[in-house]
Design a protein around this ligand. Sequence first.
Ligand SMILES: NC(=O)c1ccc[n+]([C@@H]2O[C@H](COP(=O)([O-])OP(=O)(O)OC[C@H]3O[C@@H](n4cnc5c(N)ncnc54)[C@H](O)[C@@H]3O)[C@@H](O)[C@H]2O)c1
Length: 483
Amino acid sequence: MKNKRRDFLKLTGLAGIGVAGFGALKGYVNEPDYIYAKGVEKQWQIAEKSHIQRFNMSGYAAPPIDKVRIGIIGMGQRGPAHMITMSHIEGVEIKALCDLRLEKVNAAKKLLAGTRHDPVIYTGNDEEWKKLCERDDIDLVIVTTPWYMHAPMAVYAMNHGKHVASEVSAASTIEECWQLVETAEHTRQHCMMLENYAYGSFQLLTLNMARQGFFGEIVHGDCAYNTSKMSNNFSKNMYWNMWWLRQYGSRRGNIYPAHGVGTVCQLMNVNRGDKLNFLVCVDSDDYMMGETANKLASIDDFFKPFAEMNYRGNMSTTTIRTTKGKTIMLQHDGTSPRGPHTTIHAITGTKALAQEFPLPARISIGLDDWLKPEEYQKLVAKYTPEISNKVGDLARQIGAGHGGTDLFEDWHLVDCLRNGLPLDQDVYDAAAWSSIIPLSEWSVRNNSNSIAFPDFTKGAWETNQLNMDINLTKGGGNTKVIV
Ligand SMILES: NC(=O)c1ccc[n+]([C@@H]2O[C@H](COP(=O)([O-])OP(=O)(O)OC[C@H]3O[C@@H](n4cnc5c(N)ncnc54)[C@H](O)[C@@H]3O)[C@@H](O)[C@H]2O)c1
């Protein structure tokens, strides 16, 4: 048993550090090749966990909280974006901000000058976030540090009686996925991953159409986060400690399943009637990052360590099969010289097909053609869900990020907490969607063999009810947005 545990820790890159002992994660998680030399089957036996569901967090409604007191960890780019969005929402009090870097936390606090928020700041060392989690006047901790830090912070916050909203992805290893599930069930604190793309207007429209049977049986979904991040990743000033570049230079497989797979899972009722069964991941070679790192290193010593890294393939393609026999194609490409990014978001059903990218978004019911714009608009009028009617204009008025989706997700999160309603994404979604990171890596490192998903719901997926109440039928919707 002891050996199994040791193998597991090695396998998941957690060897040598305590679960919350977090300093060793600084920089990047580098998983040596030897870990992957073992057979896939052996790896799977190690990763499967004899977890017994203590309490089903699917559909869980915590007691209502009238005033939602918030602490945010990580004030780089995403943290201040949530802070500003949250400051527009009724019933929110921003109580505390934390960042390793004093200048970041000070700059963020300045943005709140003249508002009703006066947060306490925590800064200066990489354990200060714990003090924020330990406060007894905070209800919700928002985690916006680099994603490989999210799970230890979320676990610690839940163990200190806080609900957690974690930026994408919520975990970077299978062990961390289980820790999130076990801690949420044990503490009965929400752990929501902030998949803001789930609130895109076409995503919400197609979800509503799917629920009303427009697509018939959904057979397949295509999704991606394909974007041009070369200049960001090689910028010295964009991300703290070049953390994204270090991830690209130390892992394999899909390191950013977010923004594509979550919305497709929601359309397919994954974790509520179906579940992710297994995946296969194939990576191309790297033709761009190593070369760029070498070029930069020849003129700037700063890049020398990055020239030595072994970069993940430029294009990663994962195929997933669900237990009920649906398929998903998921890609991640952060390098190609593309124009606008694409999440593809193409849904193939037995009666109809929808596709967002390449724009414009389109729908087909067969007949070898897309619906004409006026027919498409009729569907938009019929199927736009209530949540879009409620906050769509307000999101435009406050200039909310990511096409307004940032307001949708933060507003509905607060509204559900204030009204004691289940959240739009639960801890099982966070675990299943995040688990693609390590599982796709195992697949690539094992000649793209298929890897099974753990069942984080331990069978409850068969009877779990739909969540994400996009038509606000279960109440709520009464939290104001301050423009
Ligand atoms: N949902 C979206 O649309 C979206 C968009 C961008 C980023 N993200 C996610 O948000 C997260 C943050 O991304 P970012 O672009 O803001 O990165 P960033 O590098 O700009 O910010 C991360 C911040 O974390 C701080 N930090 C590092 N270690 C810390 C510690 N121990 N304690 C406190 N602070 C610490 C850094 O100083 C930095 O300011 C990532 O997980 C990313 O995947 C999501």
